[in-house]
Write a protein that binds this ligand. Structure first.
Ligand code: UDP
Length: 476
């Protein structure tokens, strides 16, 4: 909380109040979070950010990670894709898959049952853990199942995934989804709560940076020309362990005639190299705008993680190669204004500091995703007060209110609409500033840890009151 107070005093006040409410409700109970990975992925990042707040407030929280073999994770990946409405590898979610899924979770439960006490609250995350709901509930724990995945409109695949999970979910006492539209018909609405993912303003990705540091980092990393000379202290950022890091690595930049000039308004999209993020569509939309003679001397920079030699993400390398070919086919005068940057991943906090500086340097940040659960990059850029242009898909619709805290694209595939909105933001700086300011305020109000902890405190209070009622009913 003290760290949060340094980075965002208002959020720290509200987080403190939420934690006191939580502490009063929980008394001697332990809150467990159970997921399937300790590192990598949004859920692990979220838990790593939120649990220290609870610990600091003397709430007993523990984090358990289930194990499983390849076949188990194959089945759960298939389920993950299904809940996103996608076929994945098309493997069957049949009785054989179900029997294996249950067998692995039985072993996981055997490993954890001696640690759980009746009355504890167990928050199970995502499809990997859904099969634990029944056995954990029968121990006398309160079970919350939190699902971080979903789609706006159900389809056959998502129905298939939910049919697989439904028998396990019947035993959970409460459910958490990231947005209302993601609540499936197989769970009772009355037991559902919507909690949006939050970002942590204390991390290298989101901590405050002076304009001097921003210029120094984008310059030192080779993202923008004429950054301040000399790396060293000026490229400093604070690491999670409190030590000071510095940006010393440089990015791999695909460019025609040099890096973007420091004084050119820069349009930025930061994303994994993924077709669903539509990097080629961003280039086409930017080209459309430039051909119409709008947007002034702006440049475009698409940034993503380094893909060279990453064997476990062949799709990322493929998408990057496609994007690069598309860039190569642009007319020379446009190619000069479009840049592709691969950011080094060797030190994730240094990578995060580069993303932070780049988002802050941007004149406009775009997120032209075709599909998005909840776009963290959107919240990150909004927190930095940047004017955002993003697709009206998935969670982005909850993040941005069109015309107030950013602009939304009705049809993410329409380059004309993208070009028109982008030009508006580049040409009308008063509009851009107004949207950027409202964006920061919206994140402050809804998407920081204090809101997240407040939602959890309210949910847990409700669950525990219901648990008391159940207990009284059982003993009457
Ligand atoms: N990201 C990053 N470095 C990169 C590209 C992306 O740290 O080179 C981060 C980005 O800042 C965000 C996350 O990866 O925190 C992506 O989350 P998002 O919800 O936007 O999309 P996802 O990748 O989960 O589909």
């Amino acid at each position: 909380l003290a760290t949060l107070a340094r980075h965002c005093p208002e959020a720290a006040g509200a987080a403190g109040r939420a934690l006191s409410a939580g502490r009063a409700a929980l008394a001697t109970r332990t809150i467990w979070n159970v997921n399937s990975t300790a590192r990598g992925g949004g859920v692990a990042e979220l838990l790593a950010s939120l649990l220290p707040f609870a610990r600091g407030a003397d709430i007993t929280v523990r984090w358990g990670v289930i194990g499983g073999d390849d076949r188990f994770f194959h089945v759960t990946k298939r389920l993950h894709n299904a809940l996103h409405g996608a076929t994945g590898d098309g493997s069957p979610l049949d009785e054989g898959a179900r029997a294996h899924y249950e067998r692995v979770l039985r072993d996981d439960f055997a490993g954890m049952r001696s640690l759980l006490r009746p009355g504890d609250v167990v928050i199970l995350h995502d499809p990997q853990t859904a099969g634990l709901c029944g056995s954990v509930a029968r121990l006398g724990c309160t079970v919350v199942w939190r699902c971080h995945i979903g789609i706006d409109a159900p389809n056959d695949e998502s129905d298939r995934g939910w049919r697989f999970l439904a028998p396990y979910l019947a035993d959970a006492h409460a459910f958490v989804f990231s947005r209302d539209a993601y609540i499936p018909s197989v769970v009772p609405r009355a037991r559902c709560t919507v909690i949006s993912p939050s970002i942590d303003p204390t991390t290298a990705k989101n901590q405050a940076m002076t304009p001097t540091t921003v210029r120094a980092i984008v310059g030192a990393a080779g993202l923008v020309a004429n950054g301040l000379e000399g790396a060293g202290r000026e490229t400093a950022f604070e690491r999670a362990d409190g030590s000071i890091g510095a940006v010393t690595r440089t990015v791999d930049l695909v460019h025609e005639n040099g890096v973007p000039p420091a004084d050119a308004p820069l349009v930025v999209q930061v994303s994994r190299w993924d077709r669903l993020k539509d990097p080629i569509g961003v280039i086409d939309g930017f080209a459309h705008m430039a051909r119409a003679g709008r947007g002034g001397p702006a440049h475009l920079l698409l940034a993503g993680p380094q893909v060279d030699g990453v064997h476990d993400d062949p799709e990322g390398a493929e998408t990057f190669a496609e994007t690069r070919r598309h860039w190569r086919d642009l007319p020379a005068e446009l190619r000069r204004r479009v840049h592709l940057a691969c950011l080094p991943m060797a030190d994730v906090e240094e990578n995060a500091a580069m993303v932070n500086a780049l988002q802050r340097h941007a004149a406009v940040v775009v997120q032209k995703s075709v599909r998005e659960g909840f776009g963290l990059t959107v919240t990150e850029a909004m927190w930095k007060g940047r004017p955002m242009l993003a697709s009206r898909v998935g969670g982005i619709q909850d993040q941005i209110e069109h015309g107030r805290s950013g602009l939304l694209l009705v049809d993410p595939k329409d380059p004309e609409e993208f070009a028109a909105h982008l030009a508006d933001l580049l040409d009308d700086r008063a509009l851009a500033d107004r949207l950027g300011e409202a964006a920061r305020q919206r994140v402050r109000e809804r998407f920081l840890p204090d809101s997240h902890l407040g939602s959890y405190a309210a949910l847990l209070q409700r669950c525990l009151a219901e648990a008391d009622t159940r207990k009284r009913g059982a003993s009457a």
